[in-house]
Write a protein that binds this ligand. Structure first.
Ligand SMILES: Nc1ncnc2c1ncn2[C@@H]1O[C@H](COP(=O)(O)OP(=O)(O)O)[C@@H](O)[C@H]1O
Ligand SMILES: [Mg+2]
Length: 253
């Protein structure tokens, strides 16, 4: 039994079957990658895991509890944090202010509206946010406007904001998309460090096979809403079904 168990999940958008019969088991403390061509249903699947979408059929269990019908906030409270495909940060706030928000939210388990000036007076929140920025190697950038950072730094900050919530399952949707190679390599190192040092399970949707093969212990290949193969990276490389799924794309050479 994995910490995350997806059983027979289906999702339609009008006439389009975005997810067919998806079964997925993610082992605790592993890194599990979900790959597949554009439009395969990867983001839809992720949205079903975090309460953004409710599947038409099937079940999604996290640590023995169903996530279906719960709000994104409740799912967050269960220990699931996610980084979406488009960075979700407050661009007009500083790096430090962004980092303080999840630190505050995780402290008492409920996100209350709270003026940032008041948060600034709460020593434990400031200390936690600073510690997270240290962990992310971003403490020097604490006063920068979040919007003025590079794509790689924004991603790193977002990952840090997720970790501040102390999740047991971290979901990442194409974390290295649009990044320069150096930033991608830094992100790989950061995610390796996170998975080595923390009690955490990571499910990552990723297009860049260098990232996938550097991090994942298991890989699920999704095509047209259905898992084609699930296997180790060694077995996935050169798998005929994987080549077939990527026909016309060049990611799996
Ligand atoms: N909200 C939506 N409404 C209608 N169609 C959607 C919606 N979200 C995704 N789709 C469609 O579902 C399919 C799967 O999309 P998506 O999960 O985003 O794929 P991927 O992340 O693998 O690229 C695509 O054909 C996409 O156009
Ligand atoms: Mg997507």
């Amino acid at each position: 039994m994995g910490i995350l168990e997806v059983k027979d999940v289906g999702k339609r958008f009008g006439g389009l079957q975005a997810l067919g019969d998806v079964n997925l088991s993610v082992a605790e403390n592993s890194v599990h990658a979900i790959i597949g061509p554009n439009g395969a249903g990867k983001s839809t699947l992720l949205n079903c895991l975090v309460g953004k979408l409710i599947p038409d059929t099937g079940s999604v269990m996290f640590d023995g509890q169903s996530v279906l019908g719960r709000s994104p906030h409740e799912i967050n409270q269960m220990g699931i944090s996610r980084v979406f495909q488009t960075p979700e940060i407050f661009g007009d706030l500083s790096v430090m202010e962004n980092m303080m928000i999840p630190c505050f939210a995780s402290r008492d388990g409920s996100f209350r509206l709270h003026a940032l000036e008041n948060m600034m007076n709460e020593k434990d929140i400031v200390e936690k946010a600073e510690a997270m920025l240290e962990d992310m190697n971003m403490i020097d950038k604490r006063h920068m406007h979040a919007d003025s950072m590079s794509r790689g730094d924004k991603r790193r900050m977002e990952i840090g904001m997720c970790l501040a919530q102390e999740p047991r399952l971290l979901l990442l949707d194409e974390p290295t998309a649009g990044m320069a190679r150096a930033d991608t390599n830094n992100t790989i190192d950061l995610l390796k460090q996170i998975s080595d040092e923390r009690d955490i399970t990571i499910a990552i949707i990723e297009h860049d096979m260098h990232v996938v093969f550097s991090l994942a212990q298991r890989i699920t290949v999704l095509a047209q809403g259905t898992p084609l193969v699930e296997d180790t990276p060694e077995n996935i490389k050169g798998h005929p079904k994987v080549r077939e799924a990527y026909l016309g794309e060049t990611q799996v050479a």
